[in-house]
Design a binder for this molecule. Sequence first.
Ligand SMILES: [Zn+2]
Length: 97
Amino acid sequence: MELLYRNENRLVVYNIKNLLESKGIPSELRNEFASNGAVEAPQIFVELWVDKNQIESCREILESIESKNLKDWICSQCGERNGGAFELCWNCQNENG
Ligand SMILES: [Zn+2]
């Protein structure tokens, strides 16, 4: 397994995981429930790991998302900003538009 992507917002990582799954690529979340027990926990980055054999195609998928340069959109339901590649709001799962 190799680290493909990480983000402090686990919902963004979930969205990418779903995107990969829709293309038939299995992936694994790590640090999802990590905690060091401290009162003021540092930022925990949720990580998305994929099989070493698939990391190149996964990177291409991520790059194609970024190169599309899709406009961010604002969720009409909760007002959160979402990346243009995502069809569902990361926060409330509302559909784009
Ligand atoms: Zn929303």
